[in-house]
Design a binder for this molecule. Structure first.
Ligand code: SAH
Length: 591
């Protein structure tokens, strides 16, 4: 069906002059709207008004108080006096007004105003005449600095208002205030950084760019920040620079990963902790675990290590769901999705790992310490991890640590599996990794080794599907390793590994099973450019191999919405579990 879309913009109208034509309740509303955004409304309406008419009371009040200037125009019933457009505005734009709102239905008037505005490139909005409008107003929700606007581009303003209400209703309370607080924090960090160094760090640049809300994350967003080697000192420029990068990244990652509900309740303490982390970045998180008490943990305390699946709460196993309902304390990794966190009963104590690039080890220690302390106090502790706890989840390491701390398998220490993103991610992108005749093996690899070093790349086999986790932030490096020998290999003449052809099909799957799931299908040759251009929305993974094309015709050239053609295709959104229409009763809780 034919439809158009518009460029949505947010106009800073402070000091602008808006012309409001008409003398009805809508004109009153438009004047109020202008005042609310810091503009000066000027009312153009005949004097006297049409027989028996009065200015709406709300408008009369504003006129009387001087907030709205009323230009009495006795011609408005017919031809519009277009000199208003060029004389009533601000001096610094030569008297041109900044926007015109026609609220009167008189067709002659509407048409002449719209034509006069169009000639002068003045934005004009005419009620009920989309054909005469150069811009439309959105149905908006505002909360502090946060504004949400909805348009259906002419498909119905009632519908837009309904959608806006539904969207607003899903937001946690306090989000507007949190935006203000996080914005202030961001400015504070930027200012302090500017004061301490003349040169901008990469992180600062990322943040400055993201001043514009339309700027989705760059592929560099997820770049690895190595752990601090020690405390920052003023005379160690490298450390100071690293610390700054880290602090900006932490803030960026908070905004990206923290559940909205948690973000909405950001406190001064959280802000303080982030600012502190700057000065004392090497020691902000505990580095050591207390020596275990001799013997067994006391009472019935126990620790359950469990996987929460890739994102959608319906992908939890019943065992893990039960553990969520019965735990006294839940220690969740930052990737554990909101839908899962929402299932936690209100009385349960919850902590989310402060695991950010550069402090993963320290955060891991902090969690283990918290878990052992609570279990020793007799509590049931649930260590909730994303996906499956033993697939790149450090689950094995945790088991070893907890055993060493005196916890016993099957008595005070339990591990529950979860659906791993490594296999469900491809599934939700329609990729069967072991499809007969396409692949007879699937290899799960990491793109990032210990301490940020690149791991040994896997060799190519035509019948192999390779799934790379934690790889998108260094996609260029990974591609180089897959398609060519590393410098080390060349040096040592170790060139036995089969290289991956650049034409191998592949797919990037981000936020699999979450409402904002995104799939990019292409080949190794174009995948880096695709990520660069389409932006990155972590967490995401890369699947490589013929299996990518089994259920999809290979995309050689896909037309994008702007008509340009790109050697990749992008699919947004996740619908596969939305079975409401098939089984309304059973899945009513999906929402
Ligand atoms: N234990 C997890 C993996 C942890 S490593 C599991 O079994 O799924 C974290 C990596 O998992 C991320 O870097 C990303 O590559 C991948 N990942 C996790 N959740 C994902 C999701 N919903 N969609 C795509 N990739 C995801």
């Amino acid at each position: 069906m034919a439809h158009h879309t518009s460029l949505l913009t947010a106009i800073d109208c402070r000091g602008h002059v808006h012309l409001v034509v008409g003398a009805n309740p809508l004109a009153a509303a438009r004047c109020n709207q202008s005042l609310a955004v810091g503009a000066t409304p000027i009312l153009v309406a005949p004097e006297p008004l049409k027989k028996g008419d009065l200015l709406p009371a709300a408008l009369q009040v504003r006129v009387d108080s001087g907030e709205v200037r009323w230009v009495r125009d006795d011609e408005t019933a017919g031809q519009f006096n277009s000199t208003y457009l060029e004389t009533l505005g601000r001096d610094d734009v030569d008297g041109f007004v900044d926007a015109v709102f026609v609220t009167d239905h008189h067709p002659l008037l509407a048409e002449s105003v719209a034509a006069a505005c169009r000639r002068r490139r003045i934005p004009v909005n005419v009620v009920d005449r989309p054909d005469l409008c150069s811009f439309a107003l959105l149905s908006t929700h505002a909360e502090g600095p946060l504004q949400i606007g909805i348009t259906t581009n002419g498909s119905g303003c009632k519908l837009a208002a309904r959608i806006r209400r539904e969207v607003a209703a899903t937001l946690p309370t306090g989000l507007g205030e949190a935006c203000a607080r996080l914005g202030a924090l961001r400015r504070q960090i930027q200012e302090e950084d500017r004061r301490t160094a003349a040169t901008a760090t990469k992180a600062e640049i990322d943040f400055t760019l993201s001043e514009d809300d339309s700027y989705d994350q760059s592929a560099a967003f997820n770049q690895l920040v190595l752990p601090a080697s020690g405390n920052a000192t003023a005379d160690n420029t490298d450390d100071v620079e690293t610390a700054k990068t880290r602090r900006m990244r932490w803030l960026a990652q908070m905004c990206e990963y923290w559940p909205l509900k948690r973000l909405a309740s950001v406190t001064d303490d959280d802000v303080e902790a982030l600012l502190e982390a700057y000065a004392t970045q090497g020691t902000a998180f505990p580095q050591t675990v207390q020596a275990p008490d001799a013997g067994n943990p006391s009472g019935n305390g126990r620790i359950i290590l469990a996987g929460s699946g890739p994102g959608h709460p319906d992908l939890l196993t019943r065992a893990v769901h039960q553990a969520i309902l019965s735990a006294d304390v839940i220690l969740a990794d930052k990737l554990v999705p909101q839908g899962v966190l929402d299932l936690i009963p209100r009385r349960t104590e919850v902590a989310i790992a402060r695991k950010f690039p550069g402090n993963a080890d320290a955060a891991q220690e902090e969690l283990i310490e918290q878990a052992t302390a609570a279990a020793r106090a007799g509590k049931t502790v649930l260590r909730l991890k994303q996906g499956d706890p033993f697939v790149y989840g450090r689950g094995g390491e945790e088991v070893l640590r907890l055993r060493a701390a005196g916890f016993k398998d099957g008595q005070s220490l339990f591990v529950l599996p979860g659906v791993t993103s490594a296999l469900s991610g491809p599934l939700f992108a329609g990729i069967p990794p072991t499809h007969r005749d396409a692949a007879d093996q699937v290899l799960i690899c990491t793109g990032t080794g210990k301490k940020g070093k690149a791991p040994q790349p896997p060799g190519y086999r035509v019948s192999r599907t390779a799934v790379f986790l934690m790889a998108l932030h260094r996609i260029t490096g990974l591609l180089a390793e897959l398609t060519d020998f590393t410098a080390e290999e060349k040096e040592s003449n170790n060139t036995g590994r089969a290289l991956w052809p650049a034409s191998t099909p592949c797919a990037v799957i981000e936020r699999a099973s979450c409402p904002d799931q995104k799939v990019i299908r292409t080949t190794l040759e174009h995948v880096a450019a695709a990520i660069e251009q389409e932006g990155s929305r972590p967490p995401g993974l890369l699947v490589v191999g013929r299996a990518c094309d089994v259920l999809y015709t290979p995309v050689s050239v896909a037309a994008s919405s702007d008509g340009a053609s790109k050697p990749w295709s992008v699919e947004e959104g996740f619908a596969s579990l939305d079975l409401d229409s098939i089984s309304p009763a059973g899945l009513a809780s999906l929402a």
